[in-house]
Design a protein. Structure first.
Length: 158
């Protein structure tokens, strides 16, 4: 009996389903990722402190205010401190109308203002008095809970 000699080249698997699955996983993780950093403005240089510890779980009702000083490409200050609202700097003392609009939106969604935490992300160079005035503007609109963001220092002090 004669046997035919067959070509011993290996079987190559079809990689198309593997590639499709990889792209589906990438898409899934892009959709599910925590977008907290999108609310952070890169122009804000937070102060650093050893006691700055991130919360264990994210708050549901937050109003994030990014307060900074406009700078040029070299990092030189070119204006007065402002709250960045949609990427546009609004002077701190003129931000009351925006806070009123935020309050009206919250009330339209049947949210209690006492449940909303105003998170202030202020540049390290912004004067404390301006932050206090911003808090007063928010209190005039009915916001009562405030918290501040800071960068956590490295444990070895660097």
């Amino acid at each position: 009996m004669r046997f035919k000699k067959s070509d011993s080249s290996g079987i190559t698997p079809d990689m198309t389903p593997m590639i499709d699955m990889t792209f589906q996983l990438i898409t899934f993780f892009m959709v599910v990722i925590n977008f907290e950093q999108t609310q952070a403005d890169e122009r804000i240089k937070l102060p650093a402190d050893q006691l700055a510890i991130p919360p264990k779980q994210a708050r549901e009702n937050e109003l994030i205010l990014n307060v900074g000083i406009p700078r040029d490409e070299d990092g030189n200050e070119i204006g007065e401190p402002a709250v960045y609202y949609g990427g546009v700097p609004v002077p701190v003392l003129e931000y009351g109308a925006n806070l009123k609009a935020e309050r009206d939106q919250a009330l339209a969604r049947n949210k209690d203002l006492e449940d909303i935490t105003v998170v202030i992300r202020a540049d390290a160079t912004v004067e404390t008095g301006l932050i206090q005035e911003l808090m007063q503007l928010a209190q005039e609109q009915g916001f009562t809970k405030f918290t501040f963001k800071a960068m956590q220092e490295n444990p070895d002090g660097q």
